[in-house]
Design a protein around this ligand. Structure first.
Ligand code: ZN
Length: 307
């Protein structure tokens, strides 16, 4: 009988660690907190062991230019809304009204924004999920969209191209980015897991670089970067980063995981490509160099003209 009770007790103690929801980032794993770190997400966590996982390292020399990757149209990205910012125990997330819509950019459908969240390192150190030629940026923004005709993300995730995530990198700047002050200020009131706070009016447009700088991007097919790692995401990663000051980047490290430890290193390690091709829009770099060429020719012509 005692043995049975002991077995039942042990089973009840072990149950939480067997739940799919009990995953963590590598930064959370320790001897006294043995959660499911990223290399174990494939155990009972949906598609995490699949062949088309995210994030990835993008080797720029191996990307292929795709003429279909034209500029995006951002509809209602300027729309102001009052959202709630939340510490969900893994990240900071803001659900957005489904009014902002993206199309173009080589997408086969239009997609509406659902939420955005971020991934970061420690005190402004390396923290992005995707890396470019091995370089890890200090933070990465994911604006999650679903195909326009869906009403919830769960349904969209059942469609192999149901979700489109726009990813933006950050870089250190000497100046504070005023457009991020509402978010950075709110962080101090959502330090604890499940903490939330209402934001003043913001728009998605104020969180990303100006539209003219968004013509150069990478595209590949992948997954959500947290369990259940569903492989239904059309990824877009923009080359142009968002500038934030060191203080602003550091502010994210004041958030806490549910156990009270600093919420840092909230990124999944890069995953194998497994034969996938990464495409690039090729617009900016090539346009820039031809613009310089045109300018140089014009200057040369100007120089040759008799006074
Ligand atoms: Zn993400």
């Amino acid at each position: 009988m005692q043995r049975l009770i002991l077995a039942a007790l042990l089973a009840s103690l072990w149950t939480p660690s067997l739940q799919a929801g009990d995953w963590c980032y590598q930064s959370q794993f320790s001897c006294d907190h043995q959660c499911k770190a990223p290399d174990q997400w494939n155990q009972a966590n949906g598609d995490c062991g699949g062949n088309y996982q995210s994030p990835i390292n993008i080797v720029t020399k191996k990307t292929v230019k795709d003429e279909r990757l034209t500029a995006f149209q951002f509809h209602n990205y300027q729309q102001l809304f009052r959202g709630t910012i939340k510490n969900n125990g893994h990240s900071v997330q803001v659900d957005v009204p489904h009014l902002s819509i993206i199309s173009g950019g080589g997408l086969t459908s239009s997609y509406k924004a659902v939420q955005f969240h971020l991934h970061w390192g420690k005190d402004g150190g390396p923290g992005s999920e995707h890396t470019i030629d091995g370089e890890q940026y200090p933070m990465e923004l994911h604006i999650v969209h679903m195909k326009h005709h869906y009403t919830d993300l769960a349904t969209a995730l059942a469609d192999p191209e149901g979700v489109a995530v726009l990813g933006f990198f950050y870089q250190h700047s000497n100046n504070r980015n005023q457009k991020y002050e509402p978010i950075v200020t709110a962080l101090s009131s959502i330090k604890a897991t499940n903490g939330n706070s209402s934001l003043p009016s913001i728009s998605l447009a104020q969180l990303i670089p100006p539209e003219k700088n968004l013509t150069s991007f990478y595209r590949y097919k992948g997954s959500l970067t947290t369990p259940k790692c569903t492989e239904s995401v059309v990824w877009t990663l923009f080359e142009s980063p968002v500038p934030l000051s060191a203080d602003q980047l550091r502010a994210f490290s004041q958030l806490k995981f549910h156990d009270g430890r600093p919420m840092v290193g909230t990124f999944r390690p890069v995953q194998p490509l497994n034969g996938r091709q990464v495409f690039h829009s090729g617009a900016t770099r090539i346009l820039t160099s031809s613009a310089i060429l045109v300018a140089a020719v014009a200057a040369a012509v100007g120089l040759c003209q008799p006074n």
